[in-house]
Design a protein around this ligand. Structure first.
Ligand SMILES: [Zn+2]
Length: 293
């Protein structure tokens, strides 16, 4: 069996050598599923705080809303850091003045991407659209492009694209995708708003949700083959987690949980399609749930 390969991509601070312009550059690899769950690593400097997570989630949703089938979904934190460990980790690290604001590393086998990690260099000042600091969302949007296996562009003509490989202080233009960035992700993953299928990592993991109707609660039922710590969470189709219904240790067997179509703040959710995700140990499964009032 062929050894897995590794590719490291950095976002550089300085402009070096101009090269030819392309609409987008694609590494010829992709994820096996149309969903990538990312976690905040706790082994380095954790970015699991509202200041960073709001920017990172906004960056992921920019790609989620680009009209491709692919979804980048947040999935809690993990006691892990950088390196090949089966988790797509986002974290911070002081790498000193090395000219790299952020680095995405991904592992692949043949044309299949297996894992990606994203690190931010905390040596540099980070902010939210202010002059004198690098914009978190701006850089995170660029780095998520690497998660999707788009490459850096370095030509001067590419300077307004999210995948342009250089960024300046206070810059926010990478927050918004250029039509060429959108063309890239749609080419790789196809066009559509198809909802993420669960990565189907569970043996014996079964999940189903009833249609939600006026006044009543939808029932989500699932079964697990062995005792595990389970979470049932509701996401909107942009990938925002809006409700945690269950977070507990459960025995093997059948379980059910009710969803009253409210978010974590008690607000009534609008009609539409949502996602219910079951995590049981390291396995997880996702199903659609429709709210109709
Ligand atoms: Zn880059």
């Amino acid at each position: 069996m062929k050894k897995n390969s590794i590719l490291i991509l950095g976002l550089m601070v300085l402009l070096l050598v101009p090269s030819l312009s392309h609409a987008y550059s694609y590494a010829g690899r992709k994820w096996n599923t149309n969903t990538c769950y990312f976690k905040y690593g706790r082994n380095m400097v954790s970015l699991w705080n509202p200041v960073w997570s709001v920017s990172v989630t906004a960056a992921a949703n920019t790609w989620n809303n680009a009209g491709s089938r692919f979804r980048l979904l947040p999935n809690w934190t993990i006691n892990a850091g950088l390196g090949r460990d089966g988790y797509n980790v986002i974290c911070g690290l002081n790498r000193g003045n090395n000219g790299k604001l952020a680095t995405t590393t991904y592992w692949y086998s043949g044309s299949r991407v297996l894992e990606a990690d994203m690190e931010f260099n905390l040596y540099y000042p980070w902010g939210n659209g202010v002059s004198g600091a690098y914009d978190r969302q701006n850089i995170a949007t660029h780095e998520f492009g690497h998660f999707l296996v788009l490459n850096d562009l370095y030509a001067y003509a590419d300077r307004y694209k999210t995948m342009y490989g250089y960024a300046g202080l206070g810059e926010t233009l990478k927050r918004t995708l250029h039509s060429d960035d959108i063309a890239g992700i749609r080419y790789i993953y196809g066009v559509g708003r198809e909802l993420p299928e669960g990565p189907d990592t569970g043996s014996g993991l079964k999940l189903a949700a009833g249609r939600h109707v006026a006044g009543g609660a939808a029932e989500i039922h699932f079964s697990i083959a062995a005792a595990a710590h389970c979470r049932v969470e509701i996401f909107d189709i942009a990938g925002r987690r809006i409700r945690t219904l269950l977070d507990a240790d459960l025995d093997a067997g059948d379980h059910r949980v009710q969803f009253d179509s409210r978010d974590n703040t008690g607000r009534n959710l609008p009609n539409g399609v949502y996602l219910a995700r079951l995590s049981a140990g390291n396995a997880c499964a996702t199903t659609k749930i429709t709210v109709v009032k």
